[in-house]
Design a protein around this ligand. Structure first.
Ligand code: GAR
Length: 187
C-alpha cells in the first residue's frame, strides 16, 4: 500500500479528484495518509468530510520544518494540490524525487514566484497566448523548475477570460493528475 500526503491551500478540487481516484481504484493500492493545509481552507474541510487525517500548519517561515517533523516516514509521495507556500530547499532535498506539484500553465512558461492561480491565467490572457494547459512536475528547490512528469495543453480562444481558463485548466488537471501520480508510483 502506497502512502500519499497531500498539501493544500485552497478549494481542494484536485484533492477531491485524488480522493475519488484512490477510492475508485484508478490510483490502485494507495491511501491518503495525511492532508496538510497551510491555512484554513475548503481543502481541509474535504479531508475532514472523508475522515482523512488532517492538520493545519500555519504558513510562514517554520512551515517546512514543522511539516518535516510530522510527515510519516513511510510516505511514498508528497503531492502539492493547489498548495501556495514555498517549501524550503532542505525539505525538498530530504524528499527528493518524492514531491510533485500541479501547476496551472505550460511550464517552463508562467512559472516561478508569484505565478499561481488567477495570476497565471491573467498573464496568459495579457500575452495573447494561443494555448495554455497544466503541468505536473517534480518539486526541487527552484520554484516550478523540477522535471515535468506530464503536461497537456488546450487552445486559448479570443473569448477566453482568466475565469474560463481556470475552468479549462482544472478539467485538464483532473485528467493528468491521477495519471502522473500513477506514473511516479510505478503503476
Ligand atoms: C489549481 O489550478 C492548481 O494548478 C493551482 O491552484 C489551483 C488549485 O485548485 N496551483 C498553483 O497555482 C500552484 N502554483 P484546487 O484547490 O481546486 O485544486
Amino acid at each position: 500500500m502506497k502512502n500519499l500526503v497531500i498539501l493544500v491551500s485552497g478549494s481542494g478540487s484536485n484533492l477531491q479528484r485524488i480522493i475519488d481516484t484512490v477510492d475508485s481504484g484508478e490510483i490502485p493500492d494507495a491511501q491518503i495518509s495525511l492532508v496538510v493545509a497551510d491555512r484554513e481552507c475548503y481543502g481541509l474541510e474535504r479531508a475532514r468530510n472523508h475522515n482523512i487525517e488532517n492538520v493545519l500548519i500555519p504558513r510562514g517561515k517554520n512551515f517546512s520544518s514543522e511539516l518535516g517533523k510530522i510527515i510519516p516516514e513511510n510516505t511514498d509521495l508528497i503531492v502539492l494540490a493547489g498548495f501556495l507556500s514555498i517549501l524550503k530547499p532542505e525539505f525538498c532535498e530530504n524528499w527528493n524525487g518524492k514531491i510533485i506539484n500541479i501547476h496551472p500553465a505550460l511550464l517552463p512558461k508562467y512559472g516561478g514566484k508569484g505565478m499561481w492561480g488567477h495570476h497565471v491565467h491573467h498573464a496568459v490572457i495579457d500575452a495573447k497566448e494561443k494555448e495554455s494547459g497544466a503541468t505536473v512536475h517534480f518539486v526541487t528547490s527552484g520554484i516550478d523548475e523540477g522535471e515535468a512528469i506530464l503536461q497537456k495543453s488546450f487552445e486559448v480562444t479570443e473569448n477566453d477570460t482568466a475565469e474560463t481558463l481556470a475552468e479549462k485548466v482544472h478539467k485538464i488537471e483532473y485528467e493528468i493528475f491521477p495519471e502522473a501520480i500513477n506514473k511516479v508510483l510505478g503503476n
